[in-house]
Write a protein that binds this ligand. Structure first.
Ligand SMILES: *Cc1c(COP(=O)(O)O)cnc(C)c1O
Length: 624
């Protein structure tokens, strides 16, 4: 992959002058929530748009010149192109709203937001699940509000894995390299030179180049170690999201926390608020202390000053979500950095150790290095306060300073365009009234038949999507045509419109995807009632090292292939944001059955709710 032995000749299409700005639209993640931009690409060549999986940059590389030339002479297309561009320009020119201006002065405030994953859109696969989607939604919402905001993350060349499920129901994880010119990023330059930062590692410096992802008004900087300045091994440090072993993990976290802080410093960016989104990014605290100490502060004073403008969010009570590193690993990796810093290893280790034990917990570091801390729902706030209570041994958990802020979703991203169009007609100012409950009473005035027809149309689109995906998946697996037809039958028979229940999220065991099968005989009766048939649709990835999670997939696969249940249980592979949008807007019921109180917030049910689907859930997370 790194040796340049392979040469490929590709004739790249040239954008006609009249369509020049398609390039700008492809380089701004604005497309991830603006349906108008995405439809422009689809209109030029729908088949290609589907083939490149809605990736605008890849689309512009592959599209036939003739298609572009044709579009540049098509009046109707040009009119739509101009309408989309003027909406885009108006968005970019919009000023912060009064809400923001009342809270802060954008001239001298800046929020820096650090996270290990960001999920904006299926074309940019540097996310694994809810944490990343939330981080993406935060960036989008910050852009909409005009919040002074800058984000920092890592660019993973392979990102998270692509999932296939074979004929036996085994998950197969495949990684695919994404070259930078098929992602919505551009290299960052300072004084005409590519920006790189370096971080001391055992026996060497590791260098990272820096990319910019534009998200409307805001910038996301991504570090990438795949540069010729590094050894082959170091070039692979940022290859995969949540891949490798604990040495890979701590290395990535040093790059994110220490390297990321160095990127902002190199750009002359001076945040006034630092948000650490989950423990992965907590090493930024050490780099910021180091910087303060070069100005003459003691460690204690530096930590005090750093913590005073730092906010830490913890996202899960589940152990796999908290990085805990053994002492010798931390010492080995951090020593070169600490040696030049004036920071003492024992003092640093103390920030991450719990009850004086010999391991280093990134959540503890995040909590001790911040003055503001939160969980992600009311229930989780309480759980986290008890779980982390030993950080404040003198305070009872109920009174300690770990509070909560309930996670939300970015409505323009997850609301189906069909609903948006209906709202545009019925209540044109809806976009600026998202948090005004009285405003939304207008929904009750929409005639039921109208409301229902939008839902039915979305359900139909979802059914077509599911059938397409089912066929692709089972053709590859060698499943016979007639079997695939039987699987799809209940979904596509309008005469006995089946109730569709969706369950799609990471296959982590605590989410209990198979709970609904506890009483299989009863479930079978309910699903196969000829008067009121029901279809359950499942999708999700299990982490490649999570064998029990993969076992859940196998159980659902096997049930879906049983003749008596066939067509009533459907398992789709490769859950991603595109599939999420389809399912969440098309199902009748969204099912959520986690083990209480482990679903810290969950957000998919919120996405279902904004699309008018019923949310059926255990009283946990946001729903509690
Ligand atoms: C919203 C979302 C999630 C999070 O779902 P939960 O209900 O919080 O588990 C995961 N993956 C994708 C693609 C999503 O859109």
């Amino acid at each position: 992959m790194h040796t340049a032995t392979e040469f490929r000749l590709e004739a790249r299409p040239r954008l006609p002058e009249a369509l020049e700005r398609l390039d700008a639209l492809a380089n701004d993640l604005f497309y991830s929530w603006d349906h108008g931009v995405r439809s422009l690409f689809a209109r030029i060549d729908l088949r290609l748009w589907q083939k490149v999986e809605h990736n605008p940059k890849l689309f512009l590389r592959r599209v036939a010149q003739a298609r572009l030339d044709q579009a540049s002479e098509d009046r109707a297309f040009l009119a739509e192109y101009r309408r989309v561009l003027s909406a885009y320009d108006a968005y970019l020119e919009s000023e912060p709203g009064t809400e923001v201006l009342e809270a802060l002065n954008p001239e001298d405030s800046l929020v820096a937001y650090f996270c290990a994953e960001f999920g904006f859109h299926e074309s940019f696969p540097i996310y694994s699940g809810g944490l990343g989607i939330l981080a993406g939604d935060h960036c989008k919402a910050a852009s909409d509000l005009g919040l002074p905001f800058v984000a920092v993350g890592l660019l993973y060349q392979q990102g998270y894995f692509i999932q296939t499920i074979d004929a036996q129901g085994h998950q197969i994880a495949r990684y695919q390299c994404h070259s930078s010119d098929e992602l919505p990023i551009t290299p960052v330059e300072v004084d005409g030179k590519a920006l790189t930062v370096s971080v001391p590692f055992p026996g060497r410096e590791v260098h990272a180049r820096v990319w910019l992802a534009r998200v409307g008004h805001i910038s996301l900087y991504l570090l990438d170690t795949n540069t010729t300045e590094n050894t082959d091994e170091d070039r692979e440090l940022t290859l995969q999201l949540y891949g490798g072993d604990s040495a890979t993990r701590i290395s990535q976290e040093m790059l994110l926390g220490i390297g990321g802080t160095r990127v902002l410093a190199a750009l002359g960016v001076q945040p006034t608020v630092w948000h650490i989104n989950e423990g992965h990014a907590a090493f930024q605290i050490l780099e910021r202390c180091r910087m303060d100490m070069t100005e003459g502060l003691s460690f204690g004073a530096a930590l005090e000053s750093v913590a005073g403008c730092t906010l830490f969010t913890t996202h899960t009570p589940v152990p796999a979500g908290h990085d805990i590193f053994p002492r010798d690993l931390v010492e080995h990796f951090l020593s070169p950095f600490l040696d030049h810093s004036g920071l003492d290893f024992d003092a640093v280790f103390g920030l991450g150790s719990k009850n004086g034990d010999q391991s280093f917990n990134m959540t503890s570091l995040g909590l001790r290095g911040s003055r503001f801390h939160n969980g992600v729902s009311r229930i989780h706030g309480g759980v986290a306060a008890r779980m982390e209570g030993d950080i404040w041994p003198q305070i009872p958990a109920a009174e300690n300073p770990l509070g909560y802020i309930t996670n939300g979703v970015h409505v323009p991203t997850f609301l189906a365009p069909e609903w948006a169009s209906l709202f545009d007609i019925q209540a044109p100012t809806w976009k600026s009234e998202l948090r005004n409950p009285t405003f939304w009473q207008f929904i009750d005035k929409i005639p039921d038949y109208h409301y229902w027809s939008v839902h039915k149309a979305l359900k139909q689109q979802m059914a077509e999507f599911i059938v397409r995906r089912l066929k692709r998946q089972h053709k590859r697996n060698g499943t016979g045509h007639s079997v695939t037809e039987r699987m799809a039958r209940k979904l596509v028979s309008p005469e006995n419109d089946a109730l569709v229940v969706g369950f799609a999220r990471r296959f982590a065991t605590y989410k209990r995807a198979t709970l609904i099968f506890s009483d299989l005989a009863r479930l079978e009766r309910l699903l196969t009632n000829p008067e009121q048939p029901v279809v359950l649709v499942f999708a999700g990835k299990a982490h490649p090292q999570d064998k029990p999670g993969q076992q859940l997939i196998k159980v659902i696969h096997d049930l879906s292939m049983q003749p008596n249940l066939m067509g009533h249980i459907i398992l789709l592979e490769d859950y991603d944001q595109a599939m999420a949008r389809r399912l969440l807007s098309g199902v009748d019921v969204w099912l959520n059955t986690p083990e209480y109180p482990k679903e810290a917030s969950g957000t998919s049910g919120e996405k279902a709710a904004v699309n008018g689907a019923l949310n059926l859930s255990v009283l946990d997370g946001w729903w509690g």
